[in-house]
Design a binder for this molecule. Sequence first.
Ligand SMILES: C[S@@+](CC[C@H](N)C(=O)[O-])C[C@H]1O[C@@H](n2cnc3c(N)ncnc32)[C@H](O)[C@@H]1O
Length: 450
Amino acid sequence: MESSTFTRPEKGAELDLRIDALAYGGNGIARLEGYVVFVSGAIPGDRVRAVVTKRKRGYAEARTLDVLEPSPERIVPLADHPGAPWQVLPYERQLAVKQEQVRDALTRIGHLDGFELDEIVPAVEQWRYRNKLEYSFGTDADGALICGFHAPGSWHQIVAVSDCLLASERSNVAREQVLAWCRAQGLEAFDRRTHTGLLRNLVVREGRRTGQLQVRLVTGPGELDGASLAAAVDCDGLTWTRTDALAETTQGGVTEIVAGAPSLEEELCGLRFLISPHAFFQTNTEMAEVLYGVAAQRADLKGWERVYDLYCGIGTVGLSLAARAGEVWGLEIIPEAVANAISNARRNEVKNARFFAGDVRLALRELVDEANRPDVCVIDPPRAGLSQKVVRRVIEAAPRRIVYISCNPTTLAPNAAQLVETGYVLRRVSPVDMFPQTPHIECVAVLDRA
Ligand SMILES: C[S@@+](CC[C@H](N)C(=O)[O-])C[C@H]1O[C@@H](n2cnc3c(N)ncnc32)[C@H](O)[C@@H]1O
């Protein structure tokens, strides 16, 4: 077909596609006359039948319906798990793809060169590594209440899970106990189209080192028998969040304690941390320790430095560096997480760390006024990375060294490029695999002022 006669496929069209690469985020890439189709559930070498779910001028998105010819690389999946889309790739291949995607993002998106790229550090556990799982409630074809994950690409269809292979056995037992109780109570799932029904989400969080288990039930406005639920579930803390948010989120709402402790405790890098229900904590405990170890090596502190811990969460990175620093100043937007960071400093007898609540975009200048300029700045932002304005604020703060912990190389790349344009040198990038069986990539980049 000539390109001039090429018509973009309509939404809903079924296509026969050959996958030739993997995109950031994990979708397969197929090309129709140069028009790119991102295909979920497909890997390079597959020929698939896929349905178009989104059509744009420059590209389309599609979902695999059938694998017509499997890639020679495909392996048999261990579980039907929407949270583990890369389990069909051998683990060594997953690592190689992640390594290459980090290189590609930095060189192609960031136009960066001259840096050292370390070999990716493999994960300790390839399965059952997650310390936190967020499930959704739904209804099966027979009308029965189920608890599991969203079907790929669907906002309302939930796939039941009986043994989540990314969670520990104990965490699975807690989910089944809550589900059995909800069924016995005759409770209904929140319907995402009609906004009826009570049960929205279930969050199960585990202290891998402390053995503690926290369960949080997220519902719409309504009532439930907390005492009876607490008697039915084997955990150390049970909380209940009520929200009328339209979006599917476990953040926000009003959270109350039903039974046990309000926060989870975990050990990391020889320190003990308190984690409140809404605070961020790395979901792979064992690999978080490895990641922070790499960050500490790259920071290479001598003991006198003023360290900023931007996007500090409950203070894990800053507190793990404090013994090797002169002083640590943390900044974080969620007040409960900052409260955790302050109490975590106290409980670990760390005297040289201070934490503040604020938006880095607005509060970084104030922090520099209060604390003076940092020698080393650790930056660990969410997936969206830093806006250009925040990068300018960091440049103004003028740290000698920046240790950037990134969970998205495609946002690290432009941020690092902007820093390099103003005189920083990207020295070294170290990928760490925190999330086996998924396309997510974590890495530590170190930049020095020239
Ligand atoms: C990837 S987490 C890192 C947390 C922590 N460094 C850790 O390893 O546990 C990103 C953190 O940034 C916080 N955050 C998001 N936007 C922010 C902003 N504009 N200003 C400050 N903190 C923000 C989130 O609440 C979250 O705790």
